[in-house]
Design a protein around this ligand. Structure first.
Ligand SMILES: Nc1ncnc2c1ncn2[C@@H]1O[C@H](COP(=O)(O)OP(=O)(O)OP(=O)(O)O)[C@@H](O)[C@H]1O
Ligand SMILES: [Mg+2]
Length: 503
């Protein structure tokens, strides 16, 4: 490791009304290292990055780049200084093409005209380096979140930088894509670039990081060589108390929950071309049905058909044995189905509304505008969920957009729990949520389930699917390839089933 850090952040303080996001935070980045910044939801990781990249102005403190004080005033200014960033909330332009997104703000010119051929060729190459092969002239919004995330990464990698910052870049990627990203990062390390990496996945932290800085409640806890900090020490540093990771990792040993004779929702041959091959699923009250499979296997597509977001072209759905047509989310909601989507930014939160308004949104919509929930009831409900889910905020009236990413996710979950649904579809509910909060959320989900809620659970973390599911429907290439008992299965058996379908 080089003797001199390329970047130093010293005694950084940043407060927002009612919240101290950073208090004397410290960070040192050396050339050629991958440095993980770890901390619970709301610990200040993203704020530290925003201060560094000119999105937020610090109240006090100093940033030194190659020994010289800098005060970037915008993301562009930071970029010009050689600090390139992939933000937690992907900040691309959904209406522009993939290629335009990779080159926006720095289009190569040919004479007076933008050189589209070069843009397209280089965008293709930038993505190919990450092993993504898509038509770069298509609009970004046509692609799933994971691809969008890869586009953001390709954009950051394709700019000349001394410092590369990645704030939870892997939250919607599958293992293969993470591996490709890590290969790209190793390449950059060899070029002596300093990489700052934020993730909640401990495996990833240890797979790629040289050193780890831990933040807690906006304060610097310590800086450690990754090889000298055990997982348990890391978690304890983040949480500030002793947590038993073994307890977290272990299956809870329960046997499959008993269920009624008749499924709550029974799906027969539900399909739509290009989305999912005709699929059969039975979802019972009091049980969690997990959807296992890799990215692109059709998990979200299945959920969207079931919730009436996309139209099914074939198949039937029965609720409590009676056939129903769920061709719009309204109808699904009326049948007691709730859907917590994976992409909280575009399909979930309304950033300008308060936490309270976001939490009561779905419930109010179901009641209709004529049965307005009294403010007192709204507040009580919001406060209850803030407490129950441990949402970190001074009060319920803050705009939800000001919460940290993980806390936004919790509020979104609260929105759907508030409607007291009969069935809850959870698509990546713990994406971006820290390890302690994850435990709490999964406990909450299971408690709801014991009260008779039916749950359809999607997560890219197979260990999580295994931990909560009574049964797992395994998907591959947009097709169901089998179903297994979630309590008896382990990761190997699920992956074997996925692989077996290949033959
Ligand atoms: N623009 C803002 N206005 C008000 N409060 C904010 C703003 N940005 C962040 N905060 C608050 O600052 C604290 C730190 O948030 P930050 O986003 O840095 O957390 P984080 O460590 O990135 O968390 P996560 O793991 O959930 O992404 C939180 O309490 C958050 O609500
Ligand atoms: Mg964050």
């Amino acid at each position: 490791m080089a003797a001199e850090p390329v970047l130093v952040m010293q005694d950084i303080c940043k407060s927002f009304p009612g919240v101290t996001a950073l208090k004397d935070a410290q960070l040192r980045l050396f050339p050629g290292e991958v440095h993980a910044v770890m901390g619970q939801n709301g610990a200040g990781k993203s704020t530290l990055i925003k201060v560094l990249t000119g999105v937020e102005t610090p109240d006090s403190g100093e940033i030194l780049l190659n020994g010289r004080a800098i005060q970037p005033e915008s993301v562009d200014a930071a970029q010009k200084l050689g600090i390139s960033t992939v933000f937690q909330e992907v900040n691309l332009c959904p209406n522009l093409s993939v290629a335009e997104n990779i080159f926006i703000g720095r289009f190569p010119m040919r004479g007076l005209a933008i050189d589209w051929k070069t843009i397209e060729r280089e965008a293709q190459a930038a993505l190919a380096a990450l092993n993504i092969h898509v038509d770069v002239t298509r609009t970004l919004s046509e692609f799933p979140v994971a691809i969008q995330q890869m586009v953001a990464i390709a954009r950051a990698l394709s700019t000349e930088a001394q410092v590369l910052i990645l704030d939870e870049p892997t939250s919607s990627l599958d293992e293969d894509e993470v591996e490709r990203l890590f290969d790209a990062l190793r390449e950059l390390k060899r070029k002596n670039i300093a990489i700052l990496f934020v993730t909640h996945f401990l495996d990833q932290t240890y797979a790629i990081s040289d050193r780890i800085t831990v933040l807690r409640n906006g304060e610097f806890v310590g800086e450690y060589p990754a090889s000298e900090l055990s997982r348990l020490e890391l978690i304890n540093a983040m949480v500030g108390r002793e947590i038993d990771e073994a307890g977290y990792a272990a299956q809870d040993g329960e046997s499959t929950s008993p269920h009624a004779e008749r499924p709550f929702v029974s799906v027969q041959g539900l399909g739509a071309s290009g989305r999912i091959h005709p699929i059969d699923l039975d979802i019972y009250r009091g049980q969690v049905l997990g959807l296992g499979g890799l990215l692109g296997s059709g998990r979200t597509e299945t959920a969207r058909l079931l919730f009436g977001i996309d139209r099914a072209e074939s198949g039937t759905i029965a609720i409590d044995g009676a056939p129903v047509r769920l061709n719009s989310p309204r109808k699904a909601v009326r049948q007691g189905i709730a859907f917590c989507p994976e992409d909280r930014k575009t399909e979930g939160i309304v950033a300008d509304l308060s936490i309270r308004e976001n939490i009561i949104l779905a419930l109010q919509a179901r009641r209709g505008i004529f049965r307005y929930l009294p403010r007192r009831v709204q507040s009580a409900m919001a406060d209850q969920f803030i407490k129950q889910l441990g949402i970190r905020t001074p009060d319920a009236e803050k705009p939800i957009g000001q919460l940290s990413g993980g806390n936004q996710q919790k509020a979104l979950l609260a929105r759907w729990l508030a409607t007291e649904p009969k069935m809850l579809i959870l698509d990546e509910p713990t994406r971006g949520i820290d390890i302690a909060a994850k435990l709490e959320i999964m406990d909450l989900v299971k408690a709801q389930c014991r009260k008779g809620l039916a749950i359809l659970f999607i997560s890219s973390e197979m260990s999580e699917v295994l931990r909560v599911s009574d049964r797992i429907a395994v998907l591959r290439d947009r097709r169901k390839v089998g179903e297994i008992d979630g309590k008896a299965a382990d990761e190997q058996s699920v992956f074997r089933m996925i692989a077996g379908a290949e033959a």
